[in-house]
Design a protein. Structure first.
Length: 293
């Protein structure tokens, strides 16, 4: 199944060229709160409910006319893998990888959906795209082994881990509002038997910047889930950003960013660089500087 949100709080299933409204069938009765009906569906599935929609009576909208939204607008947490492709490690001249660094967290308030804009926070610091495979957890996972890890996955999505290149801590540089576009839908895990074999491409302004296959991940999806679950309990609906290959680069006002992953889909967002402010003008920085003079 390909599942996403549309029309503020409706859960849609992609069926051919249509989006079918399966909200009540898959998510049960609302209201669904800020996490939305797909989160509710994932939690219900985790409880063991077998949820197979009967599409017959459900309203349909042509996919081309549906304004898709982030499938999970507020995940419980977003875990990121730093330096998880060897070619990206080389381009950034990092001496360490995910194996040394562990994982990081991104704020769950940074999620946006297809067609929305990434807002560049700084007028004088570079902000990069990182095209990544996103993994959505399907049931509570704590200290799971790599061999059993995939049975804890609900599905997969396209994800952009937008990142400022500054000296700020990773969780700051990656947590500005709009910095985690996901979508256009989540493809359930049954359709992707092996997530470590997927072609991934990321284009900015019509130019391909990143091209890889998830086979090149240092920690594959299984190892990443095993490692992460040894640190923190993963809950249904949590999202893991698996890391980015070589080819990260700066975003500019008006850019279109596309990440496309084999068997999953194509996520496109815009870039708004009109609201950036100088790095030194963040709250606190100017007075700190003055105090040191
Ligand atoms: Mn990343």
């Amino acid at each position: 199944m390909r599942l996403t949100l549309f029309r503020h709080d409706r859960l849609g299933l992609v069926d051919g060229d249509d989006l079918v409204d399966v909200t009540e069938q898959l998510a049960g009765p609302g209201p669904y709160g800020p996490a939305g009906p797909l989160q509710r569906h994932i939690e219900r599935a985790a409880e063991g409910l077998t949820l197979v929609p009967d599409l017959g009576p459900c309203p349909r909208t042509p996919l081309t006319e549906a304004a898709l939204e982030a499938p999970l607008p507020r995940p419980g947490k977003i875990v990121g893998a730093p330096v998880n492709y060897l070619d990206h490690k080389a381009e950034m001249e990092y001496t360490t990888s995910v194996a040394d660094l562990g994982i990081f967290l991104k704020a769950n308030s940074s999620v946006i959906g297809p067609g929305q804009d990434v807002v560049l926070p700084y007028s004088d610091k570079r902000t990069d795209q990182e095209g990544e495979l996103g993994v959505v957890i399907g049931r509570t996972a704590s200290h799971v082994t790599a061999d059993e890890a995939l049975s804890y996955v609900f599905g997969y999505t396209c994800l952009l881990d937008i990142t400022v290149r500054s000296d700020e801590d990773r969780s700051t540089r990656k947590s500005f509002d709009t910095f985690t576009p996901i979508g256009p839908w989540i493809v359930t895990a049954d359709e992707i038997p092996d997530p470590d074999t997927l072609d991934l491409r990321c284009d900015v302004g019509g130019t391909t910047r990143q091209r890889t296959n998830t086979a090149d991940l240092i920690f594959g999806v299984r190892e990443l889930i095993a490692y992460t679950s040894s640190v923190m309990t993963l809950h249904p609906g949590d999202v893991i950003a698996t890391g980015t290959p070589a080819g990260v680069g700066p975003l500019g006002h008006g850019d279109r960013v596309v990440v496309e992953i084999e068997r999953i889909g194509r996520l496109e967002v815009g870039v708004d660089g009109s609201r950036g402010t100088p790095y030194a003008e963040r709250p606190g920085r100017a007075s700190k500087r003055a105090a040191q003079d």
